[in-house]
Design a protein. Structure first.
Length: 224
């Protein structure tokens, strides 16, 4: 049985259908390309603004903040960027926080007959109120540099080395963020910078992970 060939009219109609379908496909492709371009432009503008904020916070804290503190500061300022996005930008543009120097660890020499101090804090470094876990306050030099915690001494000195752990952490931060970044010509210059760092920056501007990423000054106000 022979099949009838499509008439000219039918062929013309099929051609129009195919043409319309192709036009729809092209239109949809162009539309999606335009949407993607808009999203890319919006993302680029957003990333540029975010990068500006990252650099601003990093510079304001003299390179002492890494991605965690930068992100916490942004959240405190009302920015909603995710921590992962901040980390990616920091890695991509080579923004680095100050890092400590490598050192060879040394253990305490306990081979002596000197008295060993009691473990007063028993590694309970949290306190219900500020300045309540430290037996004393320390003042350094003529400028009277007041620390929030006290250096309690070593195993063979005036305190237990376990109690001293929080202060060792503080002094590590002090060295990384200030001492290893400066060269002082006189002791007066050193005292001035140390006082400015501790009282002006460490206690009032630097956020601390142990305090929930707020400053010691704010933590003290919250506890009062």
């Amino acid at each position: 049985m022979k099949r009838n060939k499509p008439s000219g009219t039918t062929q013309s109609g099929l051609a129009m259908v195919h043409a319309n379908a192709a036009a729809i496909d092209i239109g949809a492709t162009l539309h999606m390309a335009a949407v993607d371009a808009d999203r890319s432009a919006e993302g680029s503008a957003s990333n540029r603004q975010l990068l500006d904020d990252v650099r601003r916070i990093h510079a304001r804290h003299h390179g002492r903040y890494g991605s965690t503190r930068v992100h916490a500061t942004m959240r405190a300022e009302g920015r909603s960027a995710s921590r992962g996005r901040v980390e990616r930008l920091i890695r991509r543009y080579g923004i680095r926080a100050l890092a400590g120097r490598r050192f060879r660890p040394c253990t305490t020499d306990s081979r002596h007959d000197l008295p060993i101090a009691q473990n007063l804090l028993k590694q309970q470094f949290s306190a219900a109120l500020p300045n309540k876990a430290t037996p004393s306050m320390s003042r350094t030099g003529e400028a009277g540099l007041r620390l929030r915690q006290a250096k309690l001494g070593g195993e063979a000195g005036g305190g237990c080395y376990y109690d001293n752990a929080p202060m060792e952490s503080f002094f590590h931060t002090l060295k990384v963020e200030l001492v290893h970044q400066r060269r002082w010509a006189t002791r007066d210059e050193a005292r001035r910078d140390l006082f400015a760092y501790i009282e002006g920056y460490y206690n009032r501007q630097r956020i601390h992970s142990a305090l929930g990423y707020i400053t010691p000054e704010k933590a003290e106000r919250n506890a009062s």
